[in-house]
Design a protein around this ligand. Structure first.
Ligand code: SF4
Ligand code: SF4
Length: 326
């Protein structure tokens, strides 16, 4: 569908304003994208649940066999020192190669659509919002925190904390190469999740619980601040030709994409979202009320984020109240 231009002007000689009528996207489109993602996530959570229970009842493969990060640690150590890392299974190497190819092709697809730990954090966050939505004082507090004066300060803190996953990645990779063991394993919530049915109190279990408690208030805290696998995949994803693209001329400036983004990316300031934080969840697309505002497109990858100003005339075709409140 093309955008229609309406020319306005008080006299024939006057310079005419060009008002752009932006076609709206069907609301059902957004829910189809969401449901497709949730269906994939549900299947993966069920597989991991089955694996966690099976691990206890039958004592089959160890939890490390399902860890793609172990594959990266093993491959890096082999390449740099020629040594092997204890407990790295062949399946970890296969998983690492698979998620790497997924990142090179589909950017953050693994994190946004497949990772069960990410899904679990999303579920907890949604439950937290459902509770605060029903308790007026908590709802008011949450809205004040989301829109209040502390927002700018929180953004700065958030920006600093995001360096955490690079530090954790350095610890995991360098530690494995130096010691020949998976040093991150002791604090890895992914391993704790796979062994959760054993109820073993460990540092990894504490990290898992802390992650889920934080997820009540912050979207995907482990993904944002601590996930070394997400850090590796986001680097590979920089080479992916796929990304969310914003068409500035069709943007309503409504800010709904920013509000929907679980990784707090200011989508309405981007021309092409190639931020390392983007997990490809497409929540921004699902939320965008403009038919051509956001789309997934193919392009030659660039390492720098392409930025542009948000729409300058947000009132031209302002989002409706119901769009803003959903
Ligand atoms: S959701 Fe974002 S991209 Fe879509 S119209 Fe609103 S500000 Fe523009
Ligand atoms: S920018 Fe869009 S696709 Fe990327 S994480 Fe945010 S909502 Fe998901």
């Amino acid at each position: 569908m093309t955008m229609q231009e309406e020319r306005t002007g008080s006299s024939p000689g006057a310079a005419a304003d060009v008002r752009v009528r932006v076609p709206r996207r069907q609301k059902s489109w957004g829910s189809k994208v969401r449901w497709a993602r949730h269906a994939v996530q549900g299947v993966l959570v069920a597989v991991v649940g089955w694996q966690a229970v099976g691990h206890v009842t039958s004592g089959e493969e160890s939890a490390e066999a399902w860890c793609p990060l172990g594959g990266f640690e093993g491959a890096w150590t082999m390449l740099t020192t020629g040594r092997t890392v204890a407990h790295v299974h062949t399946s970890s190497l296969v998983l690492a190669a698979t998620v790497l190819v997924l990142a090179l092709v589909g950017r953050g697809f693994f994190c946004g659509w497949l990772c069960p730990l990410g899904t679990l954090q999303e579920m907890v966050h949604k439950a937290g919002r459902a509770v605060t939505n029903r308790v007026p004082p908590l709802r008011r507090l949450r809205r004040r925190l989301e829109r209040g004066a502390g927002l700018e300060r929180w953004r700065r803190i958030d920006g600093v904390l995001r360096w955490g996953r690079w530090l954790v990645l350095a610890w995991a990779i360098i530690g494995a190469a130096v010691t020949g063991t998976m040093v991150f394993r002791v604090a890895d919530p992914w391993i704790a999740l796979l062994m959760v049915a054993q109820f073993e109190l460990s540092l990894a279990f504490v990290v898992l619980v802390a992650t889920l408690v934080l997820a009540l208030f912050i979207q995907r805290p482990f993904c944002r601040y601590a996930c070394p696998l997400g850090a590796v995949l986001s680097l590979a994803g920089k080479l992916s030709p796929i990304a969310v693209q914003r068409e500035a001329a069709a943007c309503l400036g409504c800010d709904l994409c920013n509000q929907a983004c679980p990784m707090a990316i200011p989508v309405n300031t981007r021309t092409r979202v190639n931020d390392t934080s983007c997990n490809g969840c497409l929540e921004c697309l699902a939320a965008c009320p403009s038919q051509n505002g956001l789309a997934v497109t193919l392009a030659i990858p660039t390492l720098r984020a392409r930025r542009s100003a948000p729409a300058t005339e947000p009132d031209l075709q302002a989002a409706t109240a119901s769009e803003i409140m959903r």
